[in-house]
Design a protein around this ligand. Structure first.
Ligand SMILES: [Zn+2]
Length: 245
């Protein structure tokens, strides 16, 4: 019995590209926001976020609208499910079982050599810059020292070759857990916009201060973003109120 293939929805070239990008997100360092549970059924992201992140030169489509159209086609074919707009007009896109399986099948467990090389190159530049500044400040002949130090730095950066975390990302691992049912929906540097998950009643929103681990409820996603701003955080986060003094 080989007739099952005829019922498998067809992936367009762009659909394949998009599903591959999602599958790749489950490998190595994730580049897409959300998909908190990994590349599994019901994991997903916001339509607006996903469309923005997968658009541009060399990506799935040049424009966010183009990506949104690919997503709509994938929705029609059962690879993803797009929820109706929430109170903020935002639509949540989640993987169906077919979508999750497809995304995972499209990518192989590849080594992340390219990503490591990119991280190393970035690290080397940072070290070179720092070394140049120090060299220039210390000696009367900064140009010679620059060259020597930069070469040294490049060499040591190569030999240490440690995988780098994004240095501008706060360490959130020590923050207290979010209230039950909440997950981080829109991570930011100073605050995280959080919400409960779809399919568990009306979505509740909240904002966490990433400096102090405090949490407050919000009326919606936009309100949560407002509460996360530096101007408003001191009104509900005691730590921020203290820092503001
Ligand atoms: Zn705070």
């Amino acid at each position: 019995m080989t007739t099952t293939t005829t019922t498998t929805p067809h992936l367009t070239a762009m659909g394949r590209k998009l599903m591959t990008a999602i599958g790749e997100n489950g490998q190595g360092a994730p580049t897409l926001s959300f998909f908190d549970g990994g590349i599994v059924e019901d994991s997903g992201s916001w339509m607006s976020v996903l469309s923005a992140e997968l658009s541009g030169e060399g990506s799935v489509a040049k424009t966010a609208t183009g990506v949104a159209n690919v997503l709509k086609k994938l929705d029609a074919d059962g690879f993803v499910a797009i929820d109706s707009p929430d109170e903020n007009g935002e639509q949540w896109v989640r993987l169906t079982k077919l979508g999750a399986d497809t995304a995972n099948q499209l990518v192989q467990p590849t080594p992340t050599d390219e990503q490591r090389a990119a991280a190393l190159a970035a690290e080397t530049v940072v070290i070179e810059k720092a070394t140049k500044r120090r060299g220039a400040a210390k000696t009367g002949n900064p140009k010679t020292d620059e060259k020597v130090n930069a070469a040294k730095a490049a060499k040591s950066a190569k030999s240490s070759a440690k995988p780098t975390a994004k240095t501008d990302e706060p360490d959130k691992s020590k923050l207290p857990a979010l209230p039950e049912g909440y997950v981080v929906r829109y991570p930011h540097k100073s605050y995280d916009l959080c919400s409960t998950l779809k399919g568990q009643g009306k979505i509740k929103w909240g904002t966490r201060c990433n400096a102090h681990g405090t949490f407050t409820e919000a009326e919606g996603g936009r309100d949560g973003d407002t509460k996360g701003t530096a101007a408003v955080r001191p009104t509900w986060c005691k730590g921020c109120a203290k820092d503001a003094k």
